[in-house]
Design a protein around this ligand. Structure first.
Ligand code: NAD
Length: 480
C-alpha cells in the first residue's frame, strides 16, 4: 500500500515513493511512503494560506472537538499504532505504546488549552483608557521533526499549533513516515476544514528547505540536530520568521557519594540506554564522586549484563536496534574514538548482526566507558546511541563544574540523598530541565520542555508555555 501526501484536504501521490524499513529486521518493509516535490510543498503552503482566515477565527469549541477526537482515537489505538512505531523506529513495544499514549494525552491537553485562551485587562497610564492584551494565531506554521519520537514530537507541535488557531504544514523525518502518516490520517477524519493541516513527507534538503524559505510560513518549529537547526535559524531569521529549535544534548547525570546506589544505577541505565540511547534527553555523561565510583561502575556493568538487546517487538526486549545503518556506523565510530582517546570500555559495545531469531538488524550492545575525561570527544559530542561514559569527580563542586562543562544544556540530573546538594544543583545546573533521583529522560507533557545553550533556541515547547511560540500578542487601547 502506498501512503500518499495530504494536501488541501486531499490525498495525493508524491513524485516517488520510499520504503520504510524495519531496523529490527531489514527484510521487512513497513510500506511505501510518498515523497513530495518542492512544488507540492508549496501547494501545501498555499492550501494552508487559503484555510487560515476561517480557521484563525474558529471557536474554541471547534478546536476542542477536533483535538479531543484525535486524542481519543490515539489512546484507543495505542497498541496498534505502538506496534507500527516500534516496527519502523526500533524502540521497544512498551516504549512505543507509551509514546502513542503520550501523543494522545498531548492532544487531550491542548483540547483543554483551546478552551482557555487567556488575556489581560489593565488600566492605561493615561486617564479614561483601557488596555487589553490578547493572543492571536501566528499564521501558517512549518513543522519539521526528527526520527527518534515519530509520534510524540509531531503531536507536541501539531496540537498546540491547531489549538491556537494556526494552519500547519508538517514534514516528518524521512526515516519514520509511518507514525506521522497514521497521525495525519486520524487528523484527516477529525473535522478539520481542508487545508488547515497538511502532510508533506520527503527529504529535508528539498521539502524542508521550502518551509524554511517560503515567506508565507510565519513560524518554523524544528526538532533535530544542531547542524540542521542552525540552517533553520539562519533561514528563518533572515526573512523575519519566528523560529523555535530543539536540538542535541550531552546531558550529565551526577552521582554523589551519598546516593542510593540502586536509584542511581536504575536512573543511569534508563536514561543512558533505553530507547537505544536515542533520546535528546539521554544522559551520556555520568559524573561520579570518588567514594561511590567503583561500586557504581561495577553495579552498572552487572545491570547491563542482564539487558536483552533484541527485536523491538519481542516480549522481554529491553533495548531494540539502532535506527539505521548510518546511525549504527556513527555509534561504532564513537566507540572506537573513545578507545583511541584512552577511555576504558567496561561493558558492551559489540554490534550484533541479528536478533535472537536470526533477523538481520542494526543491533548494538550498550557500551559503558570509564576513566574518561571532560575533554574527550566522547564527552563533548552527541553520539545519539547507547553509549555512556563515566567521569570521576573529587567532590560535589567538581561534579557540578563538570556537569556544566558542555556546549549543550537540555537536561541535567543528580542522584543524591542530600537536600543541600539537590537544592544547590537545581539552582546551578545550566540546563532547561533538572532531575533529582530520576532519569534525565522522561518528562511530563503539561509543563515546559526545552533547554539552554546549543540545545534550544526560542520559546519553550509543551504545556501552557507553548502559547509563546504559536501565538502573537496584541495590545489594544480603548477610550470609552
Ligand atoms: P536531523 O537534523 O538530521 O533532521 C531533523 C529534521 O530536519 C528531519 O525531518 C530532516 O528531514 C529535516 N531536515 C534536514 N535537512 C534539512 C534542511 N536543509 N532544511 C529543512 N529541514 C531539514 O535530525 P535527526 O537525525 O532526525 O534527529 C536526531 C537529532 O535530533 C539529535 O541531534 C537529537 O538530539 C535531536 N533531538 C532533539 C530533541 C529536543 O527536543 N531537543 C528531541 C529529539 C531529537
Amino acid at each position: 500500500m502506498t501512503h500518499d501526501l495530504y494536501i488541501g484536504g486531499a490525498w495525493v501521490p508524491g513524485r516517488e515513493t520510499r520504503p520504510n524499513i524495519n531496523p529490527s529486521d531489514t527484510r521487512d518493509s513497513v510500506g511505501d511512503y510518498a515523497q513530495a516535490s518542492a512544488a507540492q510543498a508549496r501547494e501545501a503552503i498555499a492550501a494552508a494560506e487559503a484555510a487560515f482566515p476561517a480557521w484563525s477565527l474558529s471557536t474554541p469549541q471547534q478546536r476542542f472537538d477536533v483535538l479531543d477526537a484525535v486524542g481519543t482515537e490515539l489512546l484507543a489505538r495505542k497498541a496498534e499504532l505502538g506496534d507500527l512505531l516500534a516496527r519502523e523506529e526500533g524502540k521497544t513495544l512498551p516504549e512505543a505504546i507509551g509514546e502513542v499514549a503520550r501523543a494522545g494525552a498531548i492532544f487531550k491537553f491542548f483540547a483543554g488549552e483551546a478552551l482557555r485562551p487567556g488575556g489581560e485587562v489593565m488600566p492605561s497610564v493615561r486617564p479614561g483608557i483601557g488596555v487589553e492584551i490578547t493572543r492571536e494565531p501566528l499564521g501558517i506554521i512549518g513543522l519539521i521533526t526528527p526520527w527518534n519520537f515519530p509520534i510524540a514530537i509531531p503531536a507536541w507541535k501539531i496540537a498546540p499549533a491547531l489549538a491556537h488557531g494556526n494552519c500547519v504544514v508538517f514534514k516528518p523525518a524521512d526515516l519514520v513516515p509511518g507514525s506521522a502518516w497514521a497521525l495525519a490520517e486520524i487528523l484527516s477524519r477529525s473535522g478539520l476544514p481542508a487545508g488547515v493541516f497538511n502532510l508533506v513527507m520527503g527529504r529535508g534538503a528539498e521539502v524542508g528547505q521550502v518551509l524554511l524559505e517560503d515567506p508565507r510560513i510565519a513560524g518554523i518549529s524544528f526538532t533535530g540536530s544542531v547542524a540542521t537547526g542552525q540552517r533553520v535559524a539562519q533561514a528563518g531569521v533572515s526573512r523575519g520568521a519566528k523560529v523555535q529549535l530543539e536540538m542535541g544534548g550531552k546531558n550529565p547525570f551526577v552521582v554523589l557519594d551519598d546516593a542510593d546506589l540502586n536509584v542511581a544505577v536504575a536512573a543511569a541505565v534508563n536514561s543512558g540506554f533505553f530507547s537505544t540511547g536515542q533520546r535528546c534527553t539521554a544522559s551520556s555523561r555520568v559524573i561520579v564522586t570518588e567514594g561511590i565510583h567503583d561500586r557504581f561502575v561495577a553495579a552498572m556493568a552487572e545491570r547491563m549484563d542482564t539487558l536483552k538487546v533484541d527485536d523491538a517487538r519481542k516480549p522481554g526486549t529491553d533495548i531494540g536496534p539502532v535506527v539505521d545503518d548510518k546511525q549504527l556506523a556513527q555509534d561504532r565510530e564513537y566507540i572506537n574514538i573513545a578507545r583511541q582517546e584512552g577511555a576504558r570500555l567496561v561493558a558492551g559495545g559489540e554490534a550484533q548482526p541479528t536478533s535472537s531469531d536470526g533477523a538481520p538488524g542494526f543491533y548494538l550492545r550498550p557500551a559503558l566507558f570509564a576513566d574518561t575525561t571532560a575533554d574527550m570527544r566522547i564527552n563533548r559530542e552527541e553520539v545519539f546511541g547507547p553509549v555512556v561514559s563515566v567521569i570521576r569527580a573529587k567532590d560535589y563542586e567538581e561534579a557540578l563544574a563538570l556537569a556544566n562543562d558542555t556546549p549543550f544544556g537540555l537536561a541535567s540530573g543528580i542522584a543524591t540523598t542530600s537536600l543541600k546538594h539537590a537544592t544547590h544543583f537545581k539552582r546551578h545546573a545550566q540546563a532547561g530541565m533538572v532531575m533529582v533521583n530520576l532519569p534525565t529522560a522522561g518528562v511530563d507533557y503539561h509543563v515546559p520542555f526545552g533547554g539552554r545553550k546549543s540545545s534550544s533556541y526560542g520559546p519553550r515547547e509543551q504545556g501552557r508555555y507553548a502559547a509563546e511560540f504559536y501565538t502573537t500578542v496584541k495590545t489594544a487601547y480603548t477610550q470609552a
